[in-house]
Every structure is written in structure tokens, then in C-alpha cells.
Ligand binder design. Structure first.
Ligand SMILES: [Zn+2]
Length: 178
């Protein structure tokens, strides 16, 4: 797993970030589905640059609740944390859609990334995580591991059930999914 730094952002600052890459679910029916953003003709160089940009993003200092799954039907989990570049807030799994499903983010986000020459800005950092995954910051209070396992098992069952109830499995995309 990639080691990430955590941006030193206040609760208020995180709330003010612009959200991108949050997708439809039964719990969030007003959000778009990523299939509407697939663009197979998107310039591959820029796409790679955006993938790299998203991979270089920072953790937010707050634990977000919930495991995400790929809306195109890939197996396994697609992230649980939210990431930021200091302006936007996006799920950890956003990069999977861009890299593996040719999902092209909306133009305001792309314009923002282009204006930065596709380079992740330097943000003020919190102290790094320990090997146990516990942040030194008092602002972060992660669940103890046993509780986290129970919660994620429950959430997995819950989201699988509600997702499959509403959306039959999508056709397998042509690209491989990691
Ligand atoms: Zn996928």
C-alpha cells in the first residue's frame, strides 16, 4: 500500500473543499454514475498525468466512514479514505476509475490540475502515521482494529446487497482492473 502524507487541514477547511469523484449509490442517489464520464478518446498523456496527480494526493486528517466499491463491478474494495490536493476532496478510489475505466473528471477539476501543470501542490503536513496506522494527531480517533474489521464486514454485506438490488452487475469493462 502506498504511503501517503496527511494534510494538516482543519475540520472547517475540509468541509470547504470541492468534492469530485463521489458517485451514485443507494444512499446517495443524486450523485452521478461514473459510466457517464467514460471517455475512451481522452488524451492518454493527460490521463496518465491525472492518474499520477491523484496518486500523489494527501489524506485528510479525518477518518471517513465507509468502504467503497467499484461502480463498474470490479471485485474487491476500492478505498475507504478521502484524499485532497488542498482544493478538492475525492475518494481514494477515484484514481481507479480514471486509470482502469477511462473516467474523465469534469472540466473544472481538469482545468485546476492543468493550471498546476499536473503537479500536486505542497501542503502543510501532519506527523506521519506509525506502522500501526495510528496518527499522532489528537484529531484522529480511528476505531480499534477489531471494531474496524466488524464494521467493514458489515458495510461490505450492506453495500453489496443494496448495490446488487438496484444495479445488476455491469458488463465487464475491457480494461483490467487492479
Ligand atoms: Zn473498476
Amino acid at each position: 500500500m502506498m504511503l501517503r502524507c496527511t494534510a494538516d487541514l482543519s475540520d472547517e477547511a475540509v468541509r470547504q473543499l470541492t468534492r469530485v469523484g463521489f458517485w451514485w449509490s443507494e444512499q446517495t442517489p443524486d450523485l452521478p454514475h461514473p459510466r457517464d464520464y467514460v471517455d475512451l478518446k481522452w488524451n492518454p498523456t493527460e490521463r496518465q498525468g491525472v492518474v499520477h496527480y491523484l496518486e500523489s494526493a494527501y489524506h485528510t486528517p479525518f477518518v471517513s466512514c465507509g468502504w467503497s466499491w467499484c461502480r463498474f463491478g470490479c471485485q474487491g474494495w476500492n478505498g475507504t479514505r478521502n484524499l485532497t490536493d488542498g482544493t478538492y476532496l475525492f475518494p481514494e478510489g477515484f484514481v481507479h476509475y480514471v486509470r482502469d475505466h477511462f473516467v474523465r473528471p469534469d472540466e473544472p477539476f481538469l482545468d485546476h490540475v492543468r493550471a498546476l501543470n499536473l503537479r500536486m501542490p505542497e501542503l502543510q503536513l501532519l506527523p506521519p502515521y506509525t506502522r500501526e496506522g495510528v496518527n499522532h494527531s489528537k484529531r484522529v480517533a480511528p476505531f480499534e482494529p477489531a471494531m474496524q474489521t466488524r464494521l467493514s464486514t458489515w458495510f461490505r454485506r450492506f453495500t453489496n446487497r443494496s448495490y446488487q438490488a438496484v444495479n445488476p452487475p455491469a458488463r465487464r469493462p475491457t480494461s483490467a482492473c487492479s
